[in-house]
Design a protein around this ligand. Structure first.
Ligand SMILES: Cc1cc2nc3c(=O)[nH]c(=O)nc-3n(C[C@H](O)[C@H](O)[C@H](O)COP(=O)(O)O)c2cc1C
Length: 216
């Protein structure tokens, strides 16, 4: 049964970019698993999933990340902190891995997937320049971020998406500098501190008419 309209809207209004988290309130294992599933189930172009989501449980690492995140307290104080990273380029071997995974999950032969494989390789591996691929992959990551934020809201778990971070410094601290993945953004998750005044401020949005154009 679909979720009730009023309840859905209420949750979307309840969500806000949390500035102060309650340091003592932790997300349960069960809720964390659902949040993680929202990332796993996110759609991506071609279904390629050019991402890795790093759940930083190590508090020392989070302390190191804070100064390279404009000193934002959410990095250390939220219950959980997830760094979004994506592939810096898409190699032919990554497409091969994806084809193998489709074949394994759906029981299709790799031969039957050759057309799809060649199309992806032609369009992405050969057809896009490297800088563009990283940007393209980042766009995929933002879809997953949206899924995570909305799922959290439905579970009444607070979040803040964070671009106020230094991706290069994150790569260094998280040991990614020489890896295929690069930091894009992060999301802190947990429960709002009762003193966070931002929970009460009105949402600033352009009017629906300014944002939505209906062509008939
Ligand atoms: C991609 C992205 C990056 C953001 N980065 C930060 C951030 O680094 N720190 C922060 O406090 N808020 C950050 N925000 C929160 C926005 O400022 C906030 O979502 C916006 O003002 C709308 O308010 P609301 O989310 O409370 O409705 C970010 C939001 C998005 C979508």
């Amino acid at each position: 049964m679909a979720i009730n309209h009023l309840e859905l809207l209420e949750k979307l209004n309840w969500r806000y970019a949390t500035k102060i988290f309650d340091k003592n309130k932790k997300i349960s294992k069960e809720n964390l698993e659902i949040l993680i599933q929202s990332l796993v189930l996110s759609p991506s172009s071609y279904g390629l999933q050019p991402w890795k989501f790093i759940v930083v449980e190590n508090q020392e690492l989070r302390e190191k990340l804070k100064p390279v995140s404009w000193g934002q307290s959410q990095v250390t104080d939220a219950s959980h902190f997830i760094v979004f990273t994506t592939l810096k380029e898409i190699k032919s071997s990554f497409v091969d891995d994806y084809i193998s995974r489709i074949s394994e999950v759906r029981g299709q032969t790799k031969e039957s997937l050759v057309g799809y494989e060649n199309m992806m390789k032609k369009n992405i591996v050969e057809g896009m320049n490297k800088d563009y691929v990283f940007h393209w992959n980042q766009r995929q990551a933002y879809i997953a971020m949206g899924f995570l934020l909305e799922t959290a809201a439905l579970l009444e778990i607070d979040t803040v998406p964070m671009e106020g971070i230094d991706p290069k410094a994150y790569d260094s601290i998280l040991g990614l500098s020489d890896s295929d993945y690069g930091t894009v953004a992060a999301v802190a998750l947990g429960y709002r501190d009762p003193n966070d005044k931002y929970a009460e401020v009105k949402k600033v949005r352009f009017s629906k008419d300014q944002m939505i154009q209906v062509l008939k």
